[in-house]
Design a protein around this ligand. Structure first.
Ligand code: PLP
Length: 460
């Protein structure tokens, strides 16, 4: 198994990025519960034939869809070790928790957070953002809210219209309702518009509502925009709001000497959500929530239970435990693959990889500017490029949208390169996000050439 998966990783380029899944193969996974066992070798063969070729392909250098990391063999082997230990890192006196604390120390240093900062590995930024909403709620209403619920309090939160959908979902799941999140329009740079934000806060205050949370973006999902973080920090402070930053992929730009200055202000956040599994190249999943004051996180989640009694010696020592800082009790050892990744490569190299993904975006932008058939649809801030195939002048706006929608599917089906789509000012665009360390200029060339070839075919 190890040989096969290492061969797979080594020869990724010879495979399609993605290919449609034959119906017969899917049907092979509609069987009844297996009462009798099957030899491991047979199941291994099924993995090789039926599963491995039909993954989404984010490990492949031609993958440019959404914002997904490529992983590394180092991370994979670390995950194997973690699985072998089968560590349950919810609590108790064990070294895996010390490894997770090591990551916390590194993240405090990276983000300029105080020694009182706390953190927690979670699945991803979606959950990390939800955790931030819960903490902000408890901070605003006090711990009594954990017993009494929200009562008559009407709390409101603020983010950019360009923020990821999971922010709105977090407000929904936390019981505020997504309408309590004011999605403030973006300025010409796709950042949250500050005058409109200030006006929205003032209007809500005047209406007797309680602004409690501002969510800034450090790298928006559509175009990679970074909000004016110092200005948001100041506004949050002035209005006694929690200042959370969704830095799902962008926050780790702090590893790059070039990008770090553009993230200035991130050190003033009350909490930051980000993913090691995107720019950090750690295999899925490895999300993280970093909170400025451990006490706020503890006050939100710690819940005593007889069967989780703490001691000062023995296996039940080491309180507080990770389960006191989030909703999970049992949890895997995500810290190990993250520790191996950061320690093996070093932050300089990881920062260089991040720089390189941004350089690829610039390289693609240059290509697009030189090709009259292609059109750049948003400024290139970081590693994301939004563009479209123009088609001939006779096409209506609707037809250009349809052409590009079909073009993206055909690019994916080509198996050569795999961008995804989004809407920019209502226009459907091809969106290429460079995250994977394996992607190089030749892959960008292939994207441009294949887009032109398939675009011309569709435009006939
Ligand atoms: C990816 C992403 C998310 C969601 O993170 P998950 O790890 O997929 O849960 C949230 N916000 C932004 C900006 C993202 O890029």
């Amino acid at each position: 198994m190890l040989d096969d998966i290492l061969d797979y990783t080594q020869h990724l380029r010879q495979r399609p990025v993605w290919q449609p899944i034959p119906a017969a193969i899917k049907a092979g996974f509609h069987t009844a519960l297996p009462h009798q066992g099957t030899p491991l070798s047979e199941l291994h063969t099924r993995f090789i034939n039926d599963i491995m070729p039909y993954a989404i392909g984010n490990a492949h250098p031609g993958f440019m869809g959404w914002v997904q990391g490529g992983g590394t063999p180092v991370g994979m082997l670390a995950e194997m070790l973690a699985a072998g230990l089968n560590a349950n890192v919810g609590g108790r006196e064990q070294m895996p928790i010390a490894v997770e604390k090591q990551i916390l120390h590194w993240m405090r240093e990276l983000f300029g957070f105080p020694d009182t900062a706390q953190g927690l590995f979670v699945t991803g930024t979606s959950l990390a953002n939800l955790i931030a909403v819960w903490i902000a709620r408890t901070k605003h209403l006090g711990t009594q809210v954990r017993q009494d619920g929200m009562g008559v309090n009407k709390l409101t939160a603020y983010t950019s219209a360009g923020a990821h959908g999971c922010v709105s979902q977090a407000m929904d799941l936390a019981g505020f309702g997504s309408a309590a999140l004011r999605q403030i329009p973006m300025n010409a740079h796709f950042q949250i518009d500050l005058p409109q934000l200030a006006a929205a806060i003032a209007a809500d205050q005047a209406a007797g509502l309680q602004p409690f949370l501002i969510v800034g973006s450090a790298g928006t999902v559509d175009v990679g925009a970074i909000d004016d973080l110092p200005a948001l920090a100041a506004l949050a402070q002035a209005h006694h709001c929690w200042f959370h930053i969704d830095g799902a992929y962008g926050a780790l730009g702090m590893l790059s000497a070039k990008l770090a200055p553009r993230l200035a202000g991130i050190e003033r956040a009350d909490s930051i959500a980000f993913d090691f599994h995107k720019w950090g190249q750690v295999p899925y999943d490895a999300g993280y929530i970093l909170v400025r004051e451990a006490a706020d996180q503890l006050a939100t989640f710690a819940a005593p239970a007889n069967y989780l009694k703490r001691e000062t010696r023995g296996m039940a020592a080491g309180s507080p435990w990770p389960c006191d800082f989030g909703p999970d009790l049992s949890r895997g050892f995500r810290a190990l693959k993250t520790w191996f990744t950061l320690a093996t490569f070093g932050t300089d190299k990881l920062g260089h990889i991040i720089d390189n993904t941004c350089a690829l975006a610039q390289y693609l932008q240059e290509h697009i500017k030189q090709q009259t058939e292609l059109q750049l649809m948003a400024p290139v801030n970081l590693n994301i490029v939004c563009f479209r195939y123009r088609g001939s002048g006779q096409l209506t706006e609707l037809q250009v949208n349809e052409l590009n929608g079909e073009l993206i599917i055909r690019l994916q089906e080509s198996g050569l390169v795999a961008p995804s789509s989004t809407l920019i000012n209502g226009q459907l665009v091809i969106r290429a996000a460079f995250v994977n360390h394996r992607t190089n200029r030749a892959d960008v060339d292939t994207l441009v050439q294949t887009t032109l070839k398939l675009g011309r075919e569709l435009n006939l």
